[in-house]
Design a protein around this ligand. Structure first.
Ligand SMILES: Cc1cc2nc3c(=O)[nH]c(=O)nc-3n(C[C@H](O)[C@H](O)[C@H](O)COP(=O)(O)O)c2cc1C
Length: 266
């Protein structure tokens, strides 16, 4: 064989070998990644549940850093509420209910009409998971999951109401994509503290709670329903106002909270 032909043959062989090695390396790597994903799935799920429980305990004022989250969570009573009637649903185990999956389901979910979709959720489950805290057998707090769009992202949180179904005990946003140092004030303890003892519903039962632009003025007759906004981040604050007004309104937890206010929420 001539020298150029020999050289050509060995080049082809080198390319084929390189491709073969690359193929096997990628096969091994993808198998490792796939196996890790499958093996870690149960642990990820357990961590997600633990994180949700920690957030619920925190907003309920029951979180203790030195104690086991699952043990503390035993004092929380998850219940399912039919959002249209506001009544508890007894025939579904709250532990097996997934509101995210239910929202996607044609039967279990419902589209939120665009003209009332203040939180920009588009669809929601017909039923919702709520969490009760009891003290001496009486409901002392009601924890409601909330979500809605800010400036850049869907913000997920919980609001804790006192037993009257109107006074805010605490609020938390545990997941959002608002800008660090700008819109992330929603997750800061100092801002959270401003919500304590604010009221949701006015005398007529309309949700009036809102985040204002700038500070709530001391003489404001609506001060009980208003929370300071953050200058330069008004749009995230507006998102919080809208999601609160949607979720606490007639299409959200409104019927349930009216039941609570009438003494029927235990
Ligand atoms: C890079 C960048 C990121 C921003 N992130 C946020 C944000 O997360 N939340 C927010 O409300 N505004 C954010 N803003 C500002 C908004 O565009 C808007 O100017 C502001 O919300 C208006 O509030 P103000 O009327 O109090 O100034 C951001 C602006 C820039 C340039």
């Amino acid at each position: 064989m001539s020298e150029p032909a020999k050289e050509q043959g060995s080049k082809t062989e080198t390319v084929a070998r390189t491709l073969l090695v690359a193929f096997f390396v990628s096969l091994v790597c993808s198998s490792l990644v796939a196996s890790a994903a499958i093996l870690l799935q149960p642990r990820q799920l357990a961590n997600a549940i633990l994180d949700a429980r920690r957030n619920i305990l925190e907003v309920a004022g029951l979180f203790e850093p030195d104690r086991d989250v699952n043990q503390l969570y035993e004092s929380i009573e998850p219940r399912i509420v039919d959002l249209a009637t506001g009544a508890y649903v007894e025939d579904i185990d709250p532990e097996s209910f997934d509101p995210v999956e239910a929202a996607k389901d044609a039967e279990l979910g419902v589209e939120v009409p665009a003209d009332i979709d203040l939180a920009r959720v588009r669809r929601r489950a017909k039923r919702a998971l709520v969490y009760l805290v009891r003290k001496d057998d009486e409901v002392s707090k009601i924890i409601l999951p909330i979500s809605g769009y800010g400036l850049w992202s869907t913000m997920y949180g919980f609001v804790a109401l006192e037993a009257d179904g109107n006074t805010i005990a605490d609020i938390t946003f545990y997941a959002h994509g608002e800008t660090p140092g700008v819109g992330d004030f929603i997750a800061k303890p100092a801002w959270r503290a401003l919500w304590r003892d604010k009221r949701v519903f006015d005398e007529s039962g309309t949700p009036k709670i809102e985040v204002v632009k700038g500070r709530v003025s001391p003489g404001d007759p609506m001060a009980d329903y208003r929370v300071d906004g953050v200058s330069g981040a008004t749009l995230t604050g507006n998102g919080v106002t809208k999601l609160m007004q949607y979720w606490l309104g007639d299409h959200g937890y409104g019927p349930y909270l009216r039941n609570i206010q009438r003494g029927g929420g235990t």
